[in-house]
Design a protein around this ligand. Structure first.
Ligand SMILES: Cc1cc2nc3c(=O)[nH]c(=O)nc-3n(C[C@H](O)[C@H](O)[C@H](O)COP(=O)(O)OP(=O)(O)OC[C@H]3O[C@@H](n4cnc5c(N)ncnc54)[C@H](O)[C@@H]3O)c2cc1C
Length: 528
């Protein structure tokens, strides 16, 4: 606990410092560059961070960045050391004289039990949406989810050692004594918790949670509830209940804040939803509380008509005429159902009742940098538009803002034509739009939409957007931008697994090539 609290305190101080004095975030040193280039920024092993680690075509896990890997290593070392040190075994022991083996078995079993137990509140807090540590530290939800998974694994190893230790300890005194333990509630519920913990480990494996996220989530919540009940009855007569209460409290806090957010911002509100090109646009009229639109924000949207028990995160593109605008790419689950529903509607549009829960998301601190390179892949543009608009509005003399948007098909352009055109017309940012489905190099002009069937709120834009039909070499783009920059550089990316990982690789490789600090920020539309 002290380890996590210490790391968070350092991050909190850094967050406060750069909030008060943002320019500090753009400073660096040769040593700092070396550390970030080799020790913190790159992906842990083979350059894959957003993309899963695969062997023989099977995806196994999401890999941490090296910085996250170091944090985890410290955590493993502390756990490992705590398992082994300082057992006071004594032949004059009052309970088990002259039986150091039994003493060790019992002390190890007790210690691992406590070590497993005390991590439960952190585990639940780190996995929650309303984790107040995100607000304090500025660490991303993705990082907390990664730590959530690793704390769970370490905790489970401790729980298994605890169970094995007590089983061995029971058997030393003979089968009859051991069998008598099963008559005790604390023993039976401990066994339930250990078994259900193992099942949670299995059902939360990457290949399940990524492929069947909603099923994973329902089973996960149900199993964790049984696990907590198991802990409760395991300990109600033994002690340590404060950790069970704390676990339930952080869970209840998360659920309560979710309810407050949805009732204040978007309980059963009206949304105009329509198909535009190959994506869907949702314009939602929020409830009585209308949070200001900030870059990095996303909301959970509930479409009760289609799947009332699900909610999915979508980045806020902009607020226009009091409506919150989102764009959604159809995938295989709820978004696919929404797409099919709209396809069946006249003019491929409908007015629907939705729930809106938010806002969530921490803003990247890109504003103080001299050059800001924003890179969006496909629908990842939804997270980047707000940064581009905010940066353009606050642009400083000499600041260079560049936005690359790379997509497969220019059908995706339709829904975002207006904000993109506004950015282009402002002349404040350098805009590069690439469509990669064709190899032809040409420039096209996108005229404003006139068709009634696809009429949308951006329809009156006199936009002329240049599109390049060549896939850019993003690693080369990043290298060049950093080499050409006059001062500090921030690279912010939101795209496909390969785009994110290539951008991370290129930024890490060139972190020492700028005159000042180069910083990297990443948003991935998947944390499962
Ligand atoms: C912070 C954030 C912002 C996002 N912003 C946008 C956006 O602006 N536009 C957009 O089109 N997409 C966005 N996404 C992705 C979007 O949330 C998923 O595409 C959507 O949830 C898929 O729903 P589905 O049931 O059709 O998915 P499926 O086809 O079942 O799954 C597709 C992928 O989405 C993941 N996923 C499914 N449900 C959830 C969930 N409830 N929470 C998290 N991940 C889930 C799955 O693990 C899988 O990787 C964002 C994701 C995140 C994490």
């Amino acid at each position: 606990m002290i380890y996590w609290a210490g790391l968070m305190f350092i991050s909190f101080c850094w967050k406060m410092l750069v909030t008060v004095c943002p320019r500090v975030a753009t400073q660096t040193s040769t040593l700092g560059d070396k550390i970030r280039k080799h020790l913190t920024l790159p992906a842990l092993f083979n350059g894959e961070h957003t993309a899963p680690f695969s062997v023989f075509g099977f995806d196994y896990a999401l890999m941490p960045s090296r910085g996250e890997g170091l944090v985890l290593m410290g955590f493993f070392i502390i756990n490992f050391v705590c398992l082994f040190v300082d057992y006071n075994l004594d032949n004059n022991n009052v309970y088990w004289p002259d039986r150091k083996d039994i003493q060790l078995m019992r002390y190890m079993a007790d210690r691992t039990g406590i070590m497993a137990f005390v991590q439960t509140p952190f585990l639940i807090l780190f996995g929650g949406r309303n984790n107040f540590l995100i607000w304090l530290t500025g660490w991303s939800f993705q990082s907390f989810m990664l730590y959530h998974r690793w704390i769970a694994r370490v905790m489970y190893v401790n729980a298994v050692l605890h169970s094995v230790g007590y089983t061995a300890y029971g058997l030393v005194f003979g089968k009859e004594t051991f069998d008598s333990y099963w008559g005790d509630n604390y023993w039976r519920w401990g066994a339930v918790a250990t078994v259900i913990g193992g099942l949670i480990m299995l059902q939360a494996a990457y290949m399940f949670r990524h492929r069947w996220y909603e099923i994973f989530l329902i089973i996960h919540i149900a199993f964790v509830a049984v696990y907590i009940v198991g802990l409760w009855y395991h300990c109600v007569t033994l002690g340590w209940m404060e950790y069970v209460y704390a676990s339930i409290a952080v869970w209840a806090f998360d659920r309560l804040v979710r309810l407050i957010r949805i009732f204040a911002v978007g309980f059963n509100v009206v949304a105009d939803v329509r198909v535009i090109g190959d994506i869907m646009q949702l314009e939602v009229r929020p409830g009585f509380f209308k949070p200001a639109a900030k870059p990095g924000q996303y909301y959970y949207i509930y479409v009760a008509k289609l799947k009332f028990w699900e909610n999915h995160p979508f980045s806020l593109v902009e607020v226009r005429d009091g409506k919150y605008v989102f764009v959604a790419k159809p995938m295989d689950g709820m978004t696919n159902k929404l797409w099919n529903y709209l396809e069946s509607q006249p003019q491929r549009s409908a007015e629907m009742r939705v729930g809106l829960e938010g806002p969530y998301g921490e803003k990247f601190l890109v504003e103080p940098f001299d050059t800001v390179l924003l890179i969006a892949g496909g629908i990842g543009i939804s997270a980047m538009v707000n940064y581009a608009k905010t940066l353009a509005a606050k642009k400083r003399e000499g600041q260079h803002i560049i936005l690359y948007w790379i997509m497969r098909s220019d059908n995706s352009l339709e829904a975002l034509k207006r904000p993109m055109a506004e950015l282009k017309e402002s002349g404040l940012i350098e805009l590069h739009i690439h469509v990669t489905s064709s190899n032809e190099v040409e420039k096209i002009q996108l005229e404003p939409q006139t068709s009634d069937s696809e009429k949308n709120s951006f329809d009156s834009t006199p936009a002329l957007l240049s599109v390049n039909y060549v896939k850019p070499d993003i690693e080369e783009v990043i290298r060049q931008v950093i080499a050409d920059a006059n001062g500090s550089v921030a690279v912010a990316v939101c795209g496909s697994e390969s785009l994110n990982d290539a951008s991370r690789r290129a930024t890490a490789a060139n972190v020492d090539q700028a005159k000042k600090r180069v910083e990297y920020y990443e948003e991935a539309f998947a944390w499962a």
